[in-house]
Every structure is written in structure tokens, then in C-alpha cells.
Design a protein around this ligand. Structure first.
Ligand code: ATP
Ligand code: MG
Length: 415
């Protein structure tokens, strides 16, 4: 893509009311726009990164047998009344609204109720099990604290996966498959080393759930880590003696850290299937409630976490796997001169070779181009100026390490 065609501008200052580092940098680099507190728009660069993250999550969900759907954000109150979660005292983040011709509806904050009710039309026998259904879908939550930028938005995309199993044993096996998929995801987006499987309170059915918590000072949670075992416990269960038996951890060996909950996995058991009538006939013909789990990841929260962890004083720093482009090609020529012609030719080479390249073809100063390039954070920068014309080699600068290597066009394209 030619940068002259990119409508977004970078800016020196973040909005004065924006306190989160992730949103400050993403706004300045033109990745997102802040509508109002806790409400953000994704612009071309931001959407490319968000979609890369979503793509990685989707691959891992497909690998464990997930089937993708897209449910409506508009929620029928009936299943929520049956589960007891329509009440604002039970779910304190509800956005609700009225139909013009009468009747209430909700904007979905999660989809257990809607999907469980839907699945009653598709599951009736043990032969229909197990089923694993997931989506990337907008959730609406009337969050009272919206100070963490895109990590805590009032409208955000969630990857929510739901599992439908015949019994607890087959559920447990799938639950561990999800744990592996989650670990792959966090590794692939570049935060694996800082992310811990964490025992947390279980909610409705099981004693504990698992969160994936990424150690970071911008986090809203406090966890206690055993780094060698790669496990942690959330502060909410730290004083519960039983968690040590369940986790095999020893309280004295744990160290405290602030962390961001990037994902979680829950055993729901029959909490929703019983009240919503989702059952199957076993081999002997008696109806049994289906055993469920739910598994969330926020791609936007993940994107914010990557920014919090990896960016530096000059701007964003993306791992290759989620960068909006692989290469930032910066021409120091003026339109029509040798350097600009060489940069044009290199750009065409890259496009033909399928390299994702952002090409700074604008007539602005070198200093401004470099500063903006640092802010945007694409992993590799290639500079084409008079030197490149004279020598036939280009400087390739690594955004994360500042390391410079010289390469010819042929060498670079051969990679
Ligand atoms: P938290 O305790 O941080 O509010 P939660 O327990 O409400 O999280 P879930 O309802 O299980 O989280 O949501 C699943 C995932 O969705 C979370 O692990 C997180 O990655 C993401 N998520 C939750 N709330 C938000 C939000 N307001 N903005 C962006 N992502 C979110
Ligand atoms: Mg929440």
C-alpha cells in the first residue's frame, strides 16, 4: 500500500483525556480513533493488526474442531430470564433497549443463553456430540471503569467458544485442548513468555476457572506466580487453601505481579443446559443435560496488551505475526528522481512477491518519515536514498532492535 493513499495521519499528541498507553500510542499512530470514553474505532492500520490477531485465533480454533458462527448482538430476554441473568443486579454491565413497537431487548454481553437455546434445535442425541461452536462477535458492556484504552472497551470483539459435551470426562479432555490452543495463540502473537495459566474463581459450576494472565504493570488484576511451573493464582483465590491442592502450587513460592486477563476458560457444566432444555438421549434413551464450557479471548485486549508490553519511547513495536505490514519501504527521493524510481521498482517487486509492504512515497522530510515509521512500528524498514542508488544495496533496519543489515534487492526478495 502506498502511504500517500492512506487517509490516516499520525499525530504528536494523544487526546488529553486518554490515560492508557496503548490507546495513546494507537491514536497517535493512526490505528484507532477514540469516539468517547471506552469506545474506539479501528482505522486501516489498526484493522489490519486486529484481523491478523483474529486470523491466528481462528486457525487455532479450527485446529481443535471449532465451527464458526456469527450470532446477533440483539438478545431476546427470554433465555436470559430462564437463566436468571436478565436482572441488572446479576449482570451489572447490561445495555438494554426498547423496541419501538413494545418489548425489551438486550445488547449481548456474552452468548451462553442465545447459543444454548439455539443448539436445542440441533442436538438431541449422543450422536450429535461433542460440538464446539465459536464466533468473533461484538459484545456490549456498560463498563464503569474505562481507563485501560482498548483493553476495556464498552463495545469490543470477543472470540467466544462454547463446547457441548456428553459428560464431564469428555468435557475435561476438550478443556485441555483449548488450553493448548490458547498457549499457541499467546506465543504466536508474541506474549507467550509473559502469560500464565492462572487459577481463578470458577463462577457458576466448577470451583476454579482458568484465566490467561499476562504480566504487565498496566494490568488491572493481581496474580501470584510460580515462574518455573508457569502457573499462577489470582488474588481472588490466593487465600483459599484448596487452590494449592488443586494447582500443586505452594503459597510461599509465589511472587506477586500485576497482570492483564487476556483470555479465560470456564467449565459451565449443566448450569445453562438444564434451564434452557438442552439435553440429549443417551444410549439407553434417558434425556441427559449437556455438559458445557465457555472460552473467551478479546482480540482488542490482546492488541492493547502487545502495545503495553512491546512498544518503546519512539512508538509501537509489532511482532511480525500481527504487524499491519511486514516491511516499511521509505523512499528518500523526490518524485521522478533516481532514488524514487528505484523505490517504485522495489515496491513493485515486493507486491509481486506477495510481501506486505507499506510504501512511504510521500514528498516529506527524511526526519519526519523516520519518526512516523518508528511510531507506526512495522518490523522491518528499508530505506532507499542516494546511497542505495549508488551501491545497489539497501539498509534494512529492525524496529525492535535497531540492528541494521545491508541487502541487495535480490537477497531481500530471496528471503
Ligand atoms: P474482566 O474481569 O477483565 O472484566 P471478564 O471476566 O469480564 O474480564 P469475560 O467476560 O470472560 O471477561 O470475557 C472474555 C475475554 O474478553 C476476556 O478474557 C478479555 O480478553 C475480553 N474482554 C472482557 N471484557 C473486555 C472489555 N471490556 N474490552 C475488551 N476486551 C474484553
Ligand atoms: Mg468484565
Amino acid at each position: 500500500m502506498r502511504q500517500s493513499k492512506l487517509f490516516t495521519r499520525t499525530r504528536r499528541e494523544a487526546p488529553s483525556d486518554e490515560v492508557a498507553k496503548n490507546a495513546q500510542l494507537l491514536v497517535r499512530a493512526g490505528y484507532i480513533h477514540k469516539e468517547m470514553a471506552g469506545v474506539y474505532d479501528y482505522l486501516p492500520l489498526g484493522l489490519r493488526t486486529l484481523n491478523k490477531i483474529i486470523g491466528i485465533i481462528r486457525e487455532e480454533m479450527q485446529a481443535i474442531g471449532g465451527e464458526e458462527v456469527f450470532l446477533s448482538a440483539l438478545q431476546n430476554p427470554e433465555p436470559w430470564k430462564k437463566s436468571g441473568r436478565w436482572d441488572d443486579k446479576v449482570i451489572d454491565v447490561w445495555f438494554k433497549t426498547q423496541l419501538k413497537n413494545g418489548g425489551e431487548l438486550g445488547l449481548g454481553n456474552t452468548h451462553e443463553e442465545a447459543l444454548t437455546a439455539l443448539m436445542t434445535e440441533h442436538i438431541s442425541s449422543y450422536k450429535d456430540l461433542p460440538r464446539y461452536v465459536y464466533q468473533f462477535q461484538n459484545k456490549f458492556r456498560n463498563e464503569t471503569r474505562a481507563k485501560s484504552g482498548i483493553m476495556r472497551a464498552r463495545e469490543f470483539i470477543m472470540k467466544d467458544l462454547y463446547s457441548f459435551s456428553a459428560d464431564a470426562a469428555s468435557h475435561d479432555a476438550f478443556y485441555e485442548n483449548v488450553a493448548v490452543a490458547y498457549e499457541n495463540i499467546f506465543k504466536r502473537v508474541g506474549i507467550g513468555a509473559q502469560t500464565y495459566r492462572t487459577f481463578a474463581s470458577g463462577g457458576s459450576f466448577s470451583k476454579y476457572s482458568h484465566e490467561y494472565q499476562t504480566v504487565c504493570d498496566a494490568g488491572e488484576d493481581v496474580i501470584y506466580i510460580d515462574a518455573a511451573k508457569r502457573l499462577a493464582v489470582n488474588k481472588e483465590v490466593y487465600d483459599d487453601q484448596e487452590v494449592y491442592a488443586a494447582s500443586g502450587l505452594t503459597k510461599e513460592n509465589l511472587t506477586e505481579a500485576k497482570a492483564i486477563e487476556v483470555g479465560n476458560i470456564f467449565t459451565l457444566g449443566t448450569r445453562f443446559s438444564e434451564v434452557l432444555g438442552l439435553s440429549y438421549k443417551g444410549a439407553e434413551g434417558k434425556p441427559k443435560p449437556i455438559f458445557m464450557g465457555s472460552y473467551g479471548i478479546g482480540p482488542g485486549r490482546l492488541m492493547g496488551t502487545i502495545v503495553e508490553l512491546l512498544s518503546d519511547e519512539k512508538g509501537l513495536v509489532w511482532p511480525e505475526s500481527v504487524a499491519p505490514f511486514a516491511v516499511h519501504l521509505v523512499s528518500l527521493g523526490k518524485s521522478g528522481d533516481d532514488a524514487s524510481q528505484l523505490a517504485d521498482a522495489l515496491y513493485e517487486d515486493f507486491v509481486k512477491a506477495g510481501v506486505e509492504v507499506l510504501y512511504d512515497d510521500r514528498d516529506t522530510s527524511a526526519g519526519q518519515k523516520f519518526a512516523e515509521s518508528d511510531l507506526i512500528g512495522i518490523p522491518k524498514r528499508i530505506v532507499v536514498g542516494r546511497d542505495a542508488v549508488a551501491t545497489g544495496t539497501f539498509e534494512v533496519v529492525d524496529r525492535a532492535t535497531s540492528a541494521v543489515v545491508k541487502k541487495t534487492r535480490v537477497e531481500f526478495l530471496a528471503q
